[in-house]
Design a protein around this ligand. Structure first.
Ligand SMILES: Cc1cc2nc3c(=O)[nH]c(=O)nc-3n(C[C@H](O)[C@H](O)[C@H](O)COP(=O)(O)OP(=O)(O)OC[C@H]3O[C@@H](n4cnc5c(N)ncnc54)[C@H](O)[C@@H]3O)c2cc1C
Ligand SMILES: *[C@@H]1O[C@H](CO)[C@@H](O)[C@H](O)[C@H]1NC(C)=O
Ligand SMILES: *[C@@H]1O[C@H](CO)[C@@H](O)[C@H](O)[C@H]1NC(C)=O
Ligand SMILES: *[C@@H]1O[C@H](CO)[C@@H](O)[C@H](O)[C@H]1NC(C)=O
Ligand SMILES: *[C@@H]1O[C@H](CO)[C@@H](O)[C@H](O)[C@H]1NC(C)=O
Ligand SMILES: *[C@@H]1O[C@H](CO)[C@@H](O)[C@H](O)[C@H]1NC(C)=O
Ligand SMILES: *[C@@H]1O[C@H](CO)[C@@H](O)[C@H](O)[C@H]1NC(C)=O
Ligand SMILES: *[C@@H]1O[C@H](CO)[C@@H](O)[C@H](O)[C@H]1NC(C)=O
Ligand SMILES: *[C@@H]1O[C@H](CO)[C@@H](O)[C@H](O)[C@H]1NC(C)=O
Ligand SMILES: *[C@@H]1O[C@H](CO)[C@@H](O)[C@H](O)[C@H]1NC(C)=O
Ligand SMILES: *[C@@H]1O[C@H](CO)[C@@H](O)[C@H](O)[C@H]1NC(C)=O
Length: 621
């Protein structure tokens, strides 16, 4: 009896798993005679990066030999992949395959091909453009900014092995879920990649008690995509907060970075949904994280970003009763009046999506959709009545007809088909509520947006307000930037010309005017972003949909939380094992981009010490 009790006291850390594959863990017997997979100790005074200036790549003598990779693969039970970039089919050489190249350029875009590929990321430029799927491919396809090896993870043990091997051998480590990240955060030259894509388990629990929460929850794995959650919501007659795009991963970069959704003003951000999660940290250990256990990680990993503190394997998240949403799709002139009206909608729990695009020098399109959860069509009609009459007064002929109301979950099963690489590059701004509170300031804000749109940049605004109150507990204890909490709108500004077809990729529609180089085009774009920044001095930016070259990104992306986020990074990962651009503590490293690259901030080059941010302990070496 006493012995049993003793076991119970010692065991909880390993018992707290959400799914059976999380019980498959690295054991003591695995480690015998194999120092490459030994655990680390972050509290040791010797815990720091011990390798050469740059992390070890395939060209370096320290790179593991073929036999060492084979041994590693055997220990993994065969889950190590060495993938060739899909685009190789379009290039002269041994992998040339005209039929496959045609498929990649056509049908693949309507299938799951790119989503199920271990290397593909949806933002081509981040890879360095060395093997773009193209009908006019020339030169040689090379691995470029793609990783060399990929662990196709299906157990916690797979992830622990990858973490320990990369740390002990000074190899660059990346984590890829869906590859949707717009800044190259899920790829890296010469890297070993942990691919979380096949961690797909889901369990709906109608009644569950955890911390202060009592009610519906779901256990979710790291690889689940939004479309799969829509199907689960349908099946269980519930609502969850999930990403907008069907193939976006819900429990990788999206929850780590905040994650917005059409229900954000009503139920909070993606990271506000998490009650507990499981993670493999940089030392290789598997840990349970709640607001009370490993609380530093609960704070840091919900808001502080992916690929920085550990590999999240699963979580317990909030689930809501089925929530009807009333939608009003509209297209009209009168953008200023519309924006001025926006807080009325967000304060009622609604979210507004809008686009303004210049068609010719003086004609624009403006489209918007109002999303109003738990609001009946007639309530919605009443809510927007004053906007419509104001528009009518200035001669804009819009009719406030009775809108439609639909369940927030899908009426038909989704398949997750679609999505292909492109070349999106944009600037992001979170606009604080203060910019609406004073009409002089509002007018100045609006003038800056107008000037930017008139210069040819597309504006995509999402008016929503996931305040601390909306987030509730424990969402309001995470590291989501306070700027998000006080924001009334997130907007992206696109320059569709930055990567127009010269790169050979499919990307956006070809522009009609001659294109500047990336460097020149970017400098001009950024000067317009500066107008927006100046108009929103208390604002910030959202790194999941922002610019990896955002000036002063630490404050813009993380606000007042940045200092604490770096402290936690140093304590949990003194080795600098996890790295992605513009994440907390990432200043210590820099990608030395191969070739000139025209200033494109890609991941195609070795990851090297930047010489900054290493502090006292490093200078002693
Ligand atoms: C079509 C499209 C639609 C989008 N819609 C929305 C939207 O509606 N709302 C919104 O807020 N954003 C949206 N985004 C942006 C989205 O939030 C980011 O692209 C996000 O990075 C996607 O996360 P992922 O895990 O799917 O992608 P990945 O590119 O695979 O990963 C993103 C980052 O998270 C890290 N990561 C992934 N998994 C883990 C893990 N298990 N543990 C630790 N780190 C991990 C990666 O290393 C990387 O740094 C959209 C993007 C696209 C391309
Ligand atoms: C510190 O750790 C590194 C890498 O694990 C090892 O090579 C080195 O010998 C250690 N140094 C000391 C002083 O223990
Ligand atoms: C790893 O082992 C599996 C099973 O033997 C094999 O199919 C796979 O090709 C190996 N991976 C590498 C990179 O050699
Ligand atoms: C492509 O690779 C071949 C063989 O390595 C080499 O001879 C050739 O110069 C390369 N071509 C280009 C354009 O780099
Ligand atoms: C990765 O693992 C999953 C699950 O075992 C398997 O279905 C899939 O085919 C694997 N992918 C590759 C490219 O080997
Ligand atoms: C779904 O749940 C709602 C309320 O919780 C209930 O009114 C409705 O009947 C349910 N629908 C189905 C199909 O079970
Ligand atoms: C559009 O505006 C630009 C810059 O002001 C000008 O150079 C160009 O001639 C204009 N184009 C047309 C079609 O008016
Ligand atoms: C608005 O309603 C009036 C009267 O029904 C109709 O004539 C007009 O075309 C409508 N306008 C729009 C923009 O739908
Ligand atoms: C609004 O802002 C302007 C410009 O900063 C300022 O001069 C004015 O006093 C403010 N008005 C109010 C009512 O606060
Ligand atoms: C703001 O702009 C509107 C529309 O141009 C104008 O009617 C209003 O007077 C302006 N308000 C202030 C305080 O400048
Ligand atoms: C978080 O929300 C809970 C519940 O709404 C509230 O009791 C608590 O005071 C809030 N904490 C913070 C830090 O805002």
């Amino acid at each position: 009896m006493r012995w049993f009790f003793f076991l119970l006291l010692l065991a909880p850390a390993t018992l707290a798993v959400n799914f059976p594959w999380e019980s498959v863990q690295l054991s003591k017997s695995d480690l015998v005679g194999y120092p490459d997979i030994a655990f680390g100790d972050a509290t040791s005074s010797n815990a720091t990066y011990h390798g050469p200036r740059c992390k070890v790549g395939p060209v370096d003598p320290e790179w593991p030999t073929a036999d060492e990779w084979t041994r590693f693969n055997e220990t993994l039970g065969g889950s190590l992949l060495k993938p060739i970039p899909p685009g190789a089919a379009c290039y002269p050489g041994p992998n040339y395959d005209a039929a496959k190249c045609t498929y990649l350029l056509t049908t693949a875009a309507f299938s799951r091909f790119y989503s199920d590929d271990p290397l593909t990321i949806l933002t081509d430029w981040a890879q360095g453009g060395t093997c773009v799927v193209s009908p006019v491919a020339t030169g040689n396809c090379t691995q470029g900014g793609y990783p060399v090896y990929v662990v196709n993870a299906t157990t916690v043990r797979d992830i622990q092995l990858a973490v320990n091997f990369a740390r002990n051998r000074n190899i660059r480590l990346v984590i890829k879920n869906t590859g949707h990240d717009f800044g190259g955060r899920s790829t890296g030259a010469g890297a070993l990649s942990i691919w979380t894509h096949y961690l797909k388990d889901f369990e709906y629990i109608p009644d569950y008690e955890i911390d202060r929460h009592r009610g519906q929850v779901a256990r979710v794995s790291a690889g689940i995509e939004a479309w799969e959650l829509w199907n689960y919501m349908d099946k269980h007659n519930t609502t969850m907060v999930v990403p907008g795009g069907d193939t976006v991963g819900a429990y990788g970069g999206w929850i780590a970075g905040g994650g917005h959704n059409s229900l954000s003003s009503y139920y909070g951000h993606g990271s506000d949904q998490v009650l507990a999660f499981q993670v493999v940290t940089a030392d290789g250990r598997y840990r349970s994280v709640t607001p009370h256990q490993n609380a530093d990680l609960f704070f840091a990993m919900l808001g502080g970003g992916g690929s920085t503190y550990g590999v999240l394997t699963s979580a317990i998240v909030k689930v809501y009763p089925p929530t009807q949403v009333t939608s009003l799709p509209l297209s009209f002139q009168g953008v200023r009046l519309y924006q001025f009206f926006a807080p009325t909608v967000t304060d009622a729990g609604g979210t507004l999506y809008s686009y303004v695009t210049r068609i010719t020098n003086d004609s624009y399109t403006f489209t918007t959709t109002f999303e109003l959860p738990n609001t009946s069509p007639s309530q919605a009609q009443a809510l927007v009545a004053s906007l419509f009459s104001a528009l009518n007064q200035i001669g804009i002929p819009v009719n406030n007809t009775l809108p439609q109301s639909t369940a927030s979950f899908a009426p038909a099963a989704r398949t997750g088909a679609g999505d292909m690489p492109g070349n999106t590059y944009f600037g992001s701004r979170i606009f604080p509520r203060a910019n609406w509170d004073n009409e002089t300031i509002f007018n100045a804000t609006f003038a800056a947006i107008r000037e930017t749109v008139e210069a040819g940049y597309t504006f995509h605004g999402i008016n929503h307000a996931a305040t601390d109150k909306v987030a509730g507990y424990p969402g309001n204890t995470t590291s989501i930037s306070p700027i998000w909490r006080n924001g009334l709108m997130h907007a992206d500004f696109f320059d569709y010309s930055l990567f127009a077809p010269a790169a050979g990729g499919f990307g956006p529609a070809p522009p009609t005017e001659p294109q500047p180089s990336f460097k020149t085009g970017y400098a001009k774009f950024n000067s317009y972003m500066d107008l927006i920044r100046k108009a929103t001095p208390a604002g910030g930016a959202y790194y999941n949909e922002g610019d990896v070259q955002e000036p002063g990104w630490q404050a813009a992306f993380f606000g007042g939380n940045y200092g604490r986020l770096v402290q936690i990074k140093r304590a949990r990962d003194p080795w600098g094992l996890f790295w992605a651009p513009t994440m907390p503590g990432s200043e210590r490293w820099v990608v030395e981009v191969e070739g000139k690259g025209d200033g494109v901030p890609s991941q195609n080059g070795p990851l090297c010490k930047s010489g900054s941010g290493w502090g006292e302990e490093e200078r002693k070496e």
